[in-house]
Write a protein that binds this ligand. Structure first.
Ligand code: NCD
Length: 335
């Protein structure tokens, strides 16, 4: 796929080759992320980072990725600090910000808002999450992580068995992840959720149309068995009408070391897009798993930098020029 100048809005834009292309460029970012080398290919370029919803790792890793390629970042955080609260349309904001930046990373609470924004933008827009719709860059980093972890364990990728657990209705990461995995052959999906928080039909149909096996269960112990990957998620309480309603589901599914020992294979990889909700009433992914070598959550969040660097390099058309702009690192680094 020719990425130059393109927006990254949904996994619907990708075929398997395009995903492989991003993952291959992401792998080339390893020396820069590990501070073995530095790269200044985006020297002089400016990223506008517009996050109108809470975010830690997505926002910071987009910025870190742009910085690590030598670019500069301007940030706006929260709706309150922007003219959208004065009634400005997404189109107008997009036209204006396009005049100030070479690329835009954006998160917004409403589904499809980032696409509407992109209609008004003249520079590439990368969707950092639009309501409960999609989170394409997270899906790319999740896929990178799944392949990396299976390789680490010496496991085959001919068939991949994945359980997605929790709020599958409102969680945008699981929507994008199901779409992206569907592009690969032989995925065994197990969707574990309360019936009220089930995976939307639209996404199930994508998995089904591609010929993958799908199991649906409300029972965690059934869902955990015989999986390569267990992907836990947080109840997206900000998407519920009332806190009382969200409380009905918080804490319903909890993965602890003893539950892992009881039901999971000893090689099952544990993932979570983070943040995990560590408050006692939720605690979907217990801290007592922190020493489990298959807890991949922090490797997963680190992979976000490589994948976002790859996307910037591709959409700005410099993916072939990385080596030319490489130099040595002068400072001490333990990474
Ligand atoms: C997720 C998100 O914002 O959709 N976090 C992330 O970007 N890594 C998941 C969540 O908030 O639960």
């Amino acid at each position: 796929m020719d990425f130059q100048g393109k927006h990254i809005l949904s996994i619907e834009q990708f075929d398997r080759d395009a995903v492989e292309q991003v993952l291959a460029v992401a792998r080339q970012m390893t020396p820069y992320v590990e501070r073995k080398k530095r790269c200044s290919v985006l020297d002089g370029a400016v990223l506008a980072s517009l996050f109108f919803e809470p975010s830690t790792r997505t926002r910071v890793s987009f910025s870190s990725a742009f910085n690590l390629l030598g670019g500069k970042v301007m940030e706006t955080v929260g709706m309150g600090a922007s003219s959208l609260t004065k009634g400005e349309s997404l189109f107008d904001t997009a036209q204006v910000i396009s005049g100030y930046a070479d690329a835009i990373a954006m998160r917004h609470p409403e589904a499809f808002s980032v696409s509407q924004f992109a209609d008004g933008a003249t520079v590439p827009v990368l969707n950092g999450g639009d309501g409960s719709n999609e989170h394409p860059t997270q899906a790319l980093l999740d896929t990178f992580t799944i392949f990396d972890e299976l390789k680490r364990l010496g496991k085959s990728t001919d068939t991949i068995k994945v359980a997605l657990v929790g709020d599958l209705k409102n969680g945008r990461t699981v929507h994008s992840l199901s779409r992206i995995l569907s592009l690969f052959p032989n995925i065994d999906f197990t969707f574990v959720s309360p019936s009220a928080l089930a995976m939307p039909e639209k996404i199930m149909n994508v998995c089904d149309t591609q010929g993958h096996r799908i199991s649906v269960t409300q029972d965690l112990s059934t869902g955990l068995q015989n999986q390569d990957v267990v992907y836990m998620t947080r109840v997206q309480e900000e998407r519920f009408d009332t806190q009382e309603e969200a409380n009905l589901y918080r804490g319903k599914y909890r993965l602890t070391q003893s539950i892992y020992d009881q039901y999971c294979d000893s090689s099952t990889i544990i993932m979570h897009p983070l943040p995990r909700d560590s408050r006692p009433e939720a605690n979907e992914l217990s801290d007592d798993l922190n020493r489990n070598p298959n807890l991949a959550i922090f490797r997963q969040s680190n992979n976000g930098v490589k994948v976002r660097m790859a996307l910037f390099a591709l959409v700005l058309g410099v993916d072939q020029q990385l080596k030319k702009h490489e130099s040595d690192v002068q400072w001490f680094s333990r990474k």
